[in-house]
Design a protein around this ligand. Structure first.
Ligand code: UD1
Ligand code: MG
Length: 457
């Protein structure tokens, strides 16, 4: 195996997206499209990856981190010019260089690998990944000679009527002999419809110099989609979504209605978990086995243990244990921690709060900035009063506490282990362990008062 390198093209603004966000940073299933490309490329055996950045260079670099080195293309003069910017980092190296666009997130690593393999086996100087598609409008066309060998690639805007009839397109993914690539790039001109230096011209240049040029055709036309506008972005989203859902189902997860289940990239879900329709599971989430999720639930960046159920609820940036039940209609906000066997029922909001093993808040509560121990029962309508209009304060509820219905716990305050708060109390001072605390006006019954008012006459 020869040395292998990769160049990812990500410098364009993406005018056709009509967006403030640089094209390659638009997400497909929760991950920027260029990150998909980079993840795919990094899963191959490549020694070095160079990403060419330009528009939004700093943002793209910050997003991609250290997997790749970066070359700056300060003026976007075309894809060939973009690859030239990587010359300094790859100059004089021998081996194979894979070049791929940052806007083709669906090209699978297996396909890249097959392209590289064919390229090396045939001893080619350049190989292009092609596909047959029904509507090739906008793509570069593969022009073959009478013997069927690739002669050149013609961009849609430069193509003749006859060339436009060709349905075999350039996917924008190529393999080159590294040295041949950089020497051919110097011969590319910008004498074309867009006044740009086209990378596909390298194929024609090498061919005319008598070098071996090959094409590898993928039969999965869905892979080849180049995302240039929002319509293609939505198509990429739906293809990627189907791939992700299929992979989860193959791994033993039941999706009741895959078409209405939205699972972002890199989410992990255990076997025998069942996901009901209308559910979105966003990036960074890890769901255990035997859970029941949904319907109509949103989980983002949460870890969920085994055998938990989350119904018609929203949970963000939190850790949820095993055998936890949440919902319907609960909201778990960031930095919450629910231990095993916790129950959070309807219309309960939890924010930056921890609930210990088996604790329950079954109905209509707000628990924010709170440390709640194990075996605590928070009665219906109880609230940790954490905010005085300026600052947030902590409520501590120790193990085994019973908070009666409709209590206000005005933070900062601590309720000692095993204490009992009478329903309707407004607690302003710490309560010692095992105490009963009643903080409400005494009831006064005025005998026969109602009849004196003569309401019934
Ligand atoms: C390109 C190909 C076309 C192919 C299609 C596949 C050229 C000239 N055409 O067209 O044959 O069918 O991809 O999707 O290559 N970029 C830079 N710097 C530049 C210009 C572009 O880094 O100066 C980057 C863009 O960020 C993008 C990629 O290169 O990620 C491709 O550019 P784009 O403008 O999308 O080319 P297409 O018109 O799609
Ligand atoms: Mg494109």
């Amino acid at each position: 195996m020869s040395n292998r390198y990769a160049v990812v093209l990500a410098a364009g603004q993406g005018t056709r997206m009509k967006s403030k966000l640089y094209k390659v940073l638009h997400s497909v299933c929760g991950k920027p499209m260029v990150q998909h490309v980079l993840d795919h490329v990094s899963s191959l055996d490549v020694q070095e990856i160079v990403t060419v950045v330009g528009h939004g260079a700093e943002k793209v670099q910050a997003e991609l981190g250290s997997v790749s080195r970066f070359a700056l293309q300060s003026e976007q003069l075309g894809t060939a010019h973009a690859v030239m910017q990587a010359e300094e980092l790859l100059e004089g190296k021998t081996g194979t260089t894979l070049v791929i666009c940052g806007d083709t997130p669906l090209i699978k690593p297996e396909t890249m690998q097959a392209l590289i393999q064919q390229h090396e086996e045939q001893g080619a100087k350049a190989s292009v990944l092609t596909a047959h598609i029904e509507n090739p409008t906008g793509y570069g066309r593969i022009i073959r000679n009478e013997q069927g060998y690739v002669e050149k690639i013609v961009e849609h805007k430069d193509a003749t009527e006859k060339e436009r009839e060709v349905r075999e397109i350039n996917t924008g993914t190529y393999c080159f002999d590294n040295e041949a690539l950089f020497s051919a790039l110097k011969k590319v001109s910008n004498d074309n419809a867009q006044g740009e230096y086209y990378l596909p011209d390298v194929i024609g240049i090498l061919k005319s110099e008598g070098e071996i040029v090959s094409a590898y055709q993928t039969d999965d036309f869905e892979e080849t989609l180049g995302v240039n506008d929002r319509v293609a972005l939505s198509q990429a989203e739906s293809i990627m979504k189907e791939r992700i859902n299929t992979a989860h189902m193959r791994n033993g997860v039941t999706l009741i209605d895959p078409a209405n289940t939205y699972i972002e990239s890199d989410v992990v879900i255990g076997q025998d978990t069942i996901i009901y329709p209308g559910t979105t599971i966003k990036a960074g989430s890890k769901i255990g086995s035997d859970c029941i999720i949904g319907p109509n639930t949103e989980i983002a960046n949460c870890v969920v243990g085994d055998a938990s159920s989350i119904c018609q609820s929203v949970a963000h940036d939190s850790v949820i244990g095993s055998k936890v039940t949440i919902g319907p209609f609960a909201h778990i906000r960031p930095q919450s921690q629910l231990s095993d066997n916790v129950k959070v029922g309807n219309f309960v909001e939890i924010k930056k709060a921890s609930l210990g093993h088996g604790s329950k808040a079954s109905h209509l509560s707000y628990l924010g900035d709170a440390e709640i121990g194990a075996g605590v029962n928070v009665g219906c309508g109880s609230i940790t009063v954490n905010y005085d209009g300026k600052n947030k304060f902590l409520t501590k509820i120790e193990d085994g506490v019973f908070v009666g219905c409709n209590s206000n716990l005005i933070a900062p305050v601590t309720i000692g282990e095993g204490a009992y708060i009478a329903a309707g109390s407004t607690i302003t001072d710490d309560v010692p362990g095992n105490a009963l605390s009643i903080a409400r006006a005494r009831q006064v019954n005025k005998e026969n008062y109602a009849s004196k008012l003569n309401y019934n006459k």
